[in-house]
Design a protein around this ligand. Structure first.
Ligand code: ATP
Ligand code: MG
Length: 250
């Protein structure tokens, strides 16, 4: 078990003339929380998209448990136990939170009705309510379309969904950005609990205190490349105070 769970080697991703990733190499080991930090536009979300099957890198290699893989769709990544809570919230706005949690993994009714495609909505709602309670997502009404929830509630649902199905690794792209203090703490607790079950978490966040409190390791992405130099705590704290004063000012 010395092979990294996930490894990206020299990923390059271009959008037209923009080089979002310029040879990014990145490793995640089993059961660790890795924080991915870097300025706006550094390429963090692009890296996550390449490693979760949403985008295809132009060149480079991706290995899962030491074996080269092609992640040509989110389903391919999921088949390797990789789930993602995306920054640009990939939720279905017209469906309720329970349906969103089970999107693509719907529970069918038992027997013939199920074989005919009939969904067991009651069961999905009960399970979803349990799942949301477990992760501290408080929703007053589980039957409203998710599009009418608040931004923070939608974000909590996206986090609960990624965590509910992850088998080996969860990417969380700014999972706490829209959250208030209480929900933010809950998400951090969820990250710790997920890690304690042996599942790895890659956390993207601009909030340095949060990053330092929850991660085992920090990787700094700059202009599409990981900085070769070790980031010292002072560097991070410098970045942190910059980030914090910017955040506080906005
Ligand atoms: N779909 C796209 N089309 C064109 N350019 C893109 C696209 N997605 C990302 N880019 C560009 O790639 C670069 C990296 O973007 P990315 O979203 O990965 O940054 P990020 O590190 O996640 O930033 P943030 O912290 O603001 O979320 C940026 O210059 C961005 O403009
Ligand atoms: Mg991003």
């Amino acid at each position: 078990m010395t092979e990294p769970l996930l490894e990206a080697r020299d990923l390059v991703k271009r959008y037209g003339s923009v080089e979002a990733l310029r040879g990014a190499s990145f490793t995640v080991r089993q059961g660790e929380v890795v924080a991915l930090v870097g300025d706006n536009g550094a390429g963090k979300s692009t890296l996550v998209k390449c490693l979760s099957g949403v985008e295809q890198p132009d060149s480079g290699q991706i290995l899962v448990s030491g074996r080269p893989v092609t992640l040509d769709s989110p389903a391919a990544a999921r088949a390797h136990g990789i789930e993602t809570a995306y920054q640009d919230l990939a939720v279905a706005p017209d469906l309720d939170p329970a349906a969103n949690l089970f999107l693509g993994r719907e529970i069918r009714r038992p027997g013939l009705l199920g074989r005919l495609g009939m969904l067991d909505k009651a069961k999905m709602r009960t399970r979803a309510a349990e799942q949301f309670a477990k992760f501290g997502v408080s929703l007053q009404d589980l039957s409203v379309p998710i599009g009418s929830l608040s931004g923070g509630q939608r974000q909590s649902v996206a986090v609960a969904r990624s965590v509910a199905w992850a088998d080996k690794l969860v990417f969380m792209d700014e999972p706490t950005a829209a959250l208030g203090v209480v929900q933010r703490k809950r998400v951090l607790d969820v990250i710790r609990r997920v890690r304690d079950t042996g599942i790895s978490v890659v956390l993207i966040s601009h909030n340095m205190p949060e990053v330092l409190s929850v991660s085992d390791r920090v990787e700094v992405l700059r202009l599409g490349r990981f900085s070769a130099a070790e980031a010292t705590l002072e560097d991070l704290v410098g970045a942190m105070t910059g980030a914090l004063s910017q955040e506080d000012a906005s």
